[in-house]
Design a protein around this ligand. Structure first.
Ligand code: NAD
Length: 477
């Protein structure tokens, strides 16, 4: 049982003003696994003021200094790899054999990625007579969800620190533990006091303070579209920059002449990873009508390979969902789809055999789904795939784009050349051709209600940067 009594504020482990606490439940067992303090407004205020006071010194450090601290933090993360992995197993239920690769390796690489980009802050750009210089935007509130707790923290924190910003971070209620480890890591590597502050609490209570406070210059939020729009509302009166990474209902379009087996395997494994709790998962598989039967058979076969069970068992490939609330939400959507007459090819609402106790659900596949149906429109955030037929590529693209979301998309055609014209038509922040892999160089973020702004890549750094134009400045060679 992990028990935390303090927040990390101004370089110290500070006792909260209030006495309220929050319990963290292990989703595999339903048992209490940790407890953390529940911040009130005064705690958040203290964290924001610490970040504000630390800003003048930190924002004027050299890029080399910031680079070195981020690199040292990455080395320390590597050193504490097992701990960072184990808290994802404990609080998220991620299978132990996958948790390191899925939740820790990327964040370490991401930290190093932005350490290198700190130098961009010192590179003035000349456009005609105009010199463009970059400055950190200031104090940033970072609000994170529970589905990739460390990855999402580092996707915000690393570029913010590389730019010279100071931050207040709030992890999700269900998954707070990696933020405490990161505070210990930054304390150890000598990050100046007040540059990184961590509070734990209820988003509905302290989220509005973090986003509305006049001493906060920017908010970066990842989570549901509803909470994301509330963040923007709270931020609007003080006209701060808001970066939102929100929901998705991303399509993968397979063409008639594609390698169907490869495309379906890619799609099913993508949707089932992290028990379906991935915002850019390809949860709508679009298949030519003539190949629906074959695609459904393949998808059922591949999804049946999943071993659902105890995340600590090395044989497990799919753990529980993060919470009972998330399980109820997923099962509710699955039940409603069944009631609506959607064709269920695999899974359903019964708990997997012998797994009645934790937050487990079955890998579920609906087929012959029409894009008008709720299950094809709502973000489920569970291991649920919809297979939809299309008659020609033009119609397939129209179906792919017929969504309020636009986070990601994918095309599987005969080859990359054939996929490219289709990829260009996808209304989404990303499009993966022929099963391409995640890249830190690819800016990640949404069109439409999937959000505003980008994480990762140079654009991910730009979120934390103000650009100043100097007119008539001399050219310095
Ligand atoms: P949520 O959006 O409520 O929680 C995400 C984060 O936002 C948490 O840290 C939470 O404390 C905080 N938060 C909540 N209300 C806030 C507010 N008013 N102001 C500021 N911060 C606030 O998500 P949830 O309720 O845990 O999950 C609900 C659904 O959201 C899921 O089923 C899924 O569809 C979606 N979701 C999407 C992502 C994503 O990465 N896109 C991540 C998590 C959840």
């Amino acid at each position: 049982m992990q028990h935390h009594d303090n927040f990390y504020i101004n370089g110290h482990w500070q006792a909260p003003f209030g006495r309220e606490r929050m319990e963290v439940i292990n989703p595999a067992t339903g048992e209490l696994c940790a407890s953390v303090p529940r911040a009130g407004e005064q705690d958040v205020e203290a964290a924001i003021m610490a970040a504000r006071q630390a800003l003048p010194a930190w924002s004027t450090t050299s890029a080399q200094e910031r680079h070195d601290i981020l690199m040292a933090a990455a080395d320390e993360m590597q050193h504490r790899f097992d701990e960072l992995r184990d808290v994802q197993v404990l609080t998220m239920g991620c299978p132990v054999q996958l948790a390191g690769a899925l939740h820790v390796e990327g964040p370490i690489e991401g930290m190093r990625y932005y350490a290198e980009r700190a130098f961009q802050m010192e590179e003035d750009e000349r456009k005609g007579d105009v010199t463009l210089m970059r400055e950190p935007i200031g104090v940033c509130s970072l609000i994170n969800p529970w589905n990739y707790p460390l990855h999402q923290l580092i996707g915000k924190l690393a570029p913010a620190l590389a730019a010279g910003c100071t931050v207040i971070a709030k992890p999700a209620e269900q998954t707070p533990l990696q933020d405490f480890i990161m505070a210990e890591i930054f304390e150890k590597v000598g990050l100046p006091a007040g540059v990184f502050n961590v509070v734990t609490g209820e988003g509905s209570e302290i989220g509005p303070v973090m986003s509305g406070h006049p001493q906060v210059d920017m908010v970066s939020f990842t989570g549901s579209t509803i909470a994301g729009s509330k963040v923007a509302e709270s931020a609007a009166p003080t006209v701060k920059r808001v970066c939102q990474e929100l929901g998705g209902k991303s399509p993968l379009l397979v063409t008639e002449d594609a390698d169907l087996a490869a495309a379906v395997r890619l799609n099913v494994e993508n949707v089932m990873a992290n028990t379906g709790q991935t915002c850019d998962a390809f949860t709508r598989l679009l298949v030519p009508r003539s190949r629906m039967e074959e695609a459904t058979r393949l998808a059922v076969e591949i999804a049946s390979e999943q071993v659902v069970g105890d995340p600590n068992d090395p044989a497990t490939t799919m753990g529980p969902l993060v919470s009972q609330r998330q399980r109820e939400r997923v099962l509710d959507l699955v039940q409603r789809a069944i009631n609506d007459g959607v064709e269920l090819a695999l899974g359903g609402v019964e708990p997997p055999e012998g797994l009645e106790k934790g937050c487990y659900v079955r890998p579920t596949i609906f087929t012959n789904v029409s894009n008008e149906m709720e299950i094809a429109r709502e973000e489920v955030f569970g291991p649920v795939l919809c297979i939809l037929p299309y008659d020609d590529v033009k119609q397939g693209i129209a179906i792919a784009n017929d969504s309020v979301y636009g986070l990601s998309s994918a095309v599987y055609a005969r080859d990359a050349e054939a996929a490219l014209p289709i990829a260009r038509c996808m209304q989404a922040g990303q499009c993966y051709l022929q099963g391409a892999e995640f890249s830190f160089d690819a800016p990640f973020g949404g069109y439409k209600r999937s959000g505003n702004g980008r994480e990762w890549g140079d654009e991910g750094l730009a979120e934390y940067v103000e650009v100043k134009a100097l007119l008539g400045a001399p050219v310095i060679s």
